[in-house]
Design a protein around this ligand. Sequence first.
Ligand code: FES
Length: 165
Amino acid sequence: MSKEEVEAVEEVLESCPRERRHLIRILQAIQEKLGYLPEDALREVALFFGISPAEVYGVATFYNQFRFVPLGKFHIVVCMGTACHSMGGALVLDAFQRELGIKVGEVTPDRKYSLERVGCIGCCTQAPVVVVNGRIFPKMTPYKVEEVLAKLKAEDELGGDKEQG
Ligand code: FES
């Protein structure tokens, strides 16, 4: 972990009672700060609670809300809630997987793009919806996937990562 990541993990642990029942909440808080759960962080959490790293890892992998690799520079979230799904969200997701050559939950080898699917994000009137680093792309189609990726690539080449949140 980087120095910043170590400090972030320490900050989370310091703010929490040393009780095993807080394990999930701590893992959530670390992921919120770092975007993922590094192996070293899982070890720190195990030390903090006095349990084995295998137990922490077992709990973390049981819940699919946790990620174990850092997000890409552009984190693409495809909504698969009922409205988005019925308006073709799965086709949009497939198009991203095909164009990026990764599956949901993965990151491209150059660490530029990561892909995730979520339930309803509350903008059903704009279905199907995609969110990239907090920016909403409404009424998506497989064709628009190419446009979005071209736009992100252009921003990346310009050094634009101001959308990163
Ligand atoms: S189902 Fe996608 S925004 Fe509601």
